[in-house]
Design a protein around this ligand. Structure first.
Ligand code: GTP
Ligand code: MG
Length: 280
């Protein structure tokens, strides 16, 4: 079995930093994983990718081409589509090791995840090649510390989950940057309760009065779906990384084979001479 994490999220949410921290974590656990860079516009990251989309196509190729002449956003979408059209190249680069565990570092363009189909195609391709795939969506915790922002982040996460239809986890990144007060505030939202979320929506202003009902209905919808949860991640805390990776391992069934191998049911019992005791 092969395993894959598709690491996604808005620009600057900490995807590349997450990838290298996770690779370090697995390295420490003596379970090395590899990282694949699928961001054609990446300028720097502190890991060495085993596969790099920039060797196939770079964002500048799409922007500087006389005929294409894309801007940065259209160019990025074009590069991802180009990758899907060059599956043979991609397959060859990934190799076909049976026990692979690969972390895919994706671009920071949220539309790719909320409603476009290219990442869904990428996931299906990997599934066809034998990967157990999950999506890991990072959201910067600093943008989630008040009710309306939390609702908006939750709606974005819900769109991604519905669009990709993959085993999925939402991660609140950069928790180390939150003040104690902000952390407390955020904790109130982590078990989504529409009332807690809406306590920040001011209904005494003209805007608040007009939209309070709409906001309540949105809050109710989030609760009804009961799908969106966020796991806080402090990348500077090894326990926080380990807890998150344990949850992800369960999602993609990584490590289950090893668990089974640890107990050898076939070992003969020295006390049981005729082999019948086990059935008593
Ligand atoms: N303190 C702190 N800084 C972080 C953390 N994660 C990322 N950063 C910083 O945030 C900035 C963006 O991080 P990246 O990992 O490049 O984010 P990204 O999502 O890959 O960005 P794009 O690929 O441009 O969309 C960098 O300056 C990182 O050092 C974190 O957990 N804690
Ligand atoms: Mg990045």
């Amino acid at each position: 079995m092969r395993y894959a994490q598709l690491v996604m999220g808005p620009a600057g949410s900490g995807k590349s930093t997450y990838c290298s921290a996770i690779a370090q974590h697995f390295e420490n656990e003596r379970n090395p994983v590899t990282i694949v860079n699928l961001d054609p516009a990446a300028e720097r990251f502190d890991y060495s990718p085993t596969v790099d989309i920039r060797e196939l196509i770079h964002i500048d190729d799409a922007m500087e081409d006389e005929l294409l002449h894309f801007g940065p956003n259209g160019g990025l979408v074009f590069c991802m589509e180009y990758l899907m059209e060059n599956q043979e190249w991609f397959k060859e680069q990934l190799g076909d090791d049976d026990d692979d565990y690969i972390i895919f570092d994706l671009p920071g363009q949220i539309e790719l995840y909320t409603h476009m189909k290219t990442i869904k195609q990428l996931a299906e391709l990997l599934q066809n090649w034998g990967f157990n795939v999950c999506s890991v969506m990072l959201v910067d915790s600093q943008f989630m510390v008040d009710g309306p922002k939390f609702i908006s982040g939750t709606m974005a996460a819900l769109s991604v989950m519905i669009n990709l239809e993959l085993p999925h986890i939402n991660v609140l990144s950069k928790m180390d940057l939150l003040s104690k007060t902000a952390r407390k505030h955020l904790d109130n939202f982590l078990e989504p309760d529409p009332r807690a979320l809406l306590s920040d929506v001011k209904s005494n202003t003209a805007w608040g009065k007009k939209y309070c009902y709409l906001s309540k209905r949105i809050g109710q919808m989030i609760e009804d779906y009961s799908l969106v949860r966020f796991v806080p991640l402090n990348i500077k805390d090894e326990n926080s990384i380990a807890d998150l990776q344990l949850t992800i391992s369960t999602m993609i069934q990584f490590g289950e084979d090893q668990d089974v191998r640890m107990t050898d049911f076939d070992q003969p019992d020295p006390e049981d001479n005729d082999g019948t005791e086990a059935f008593d």
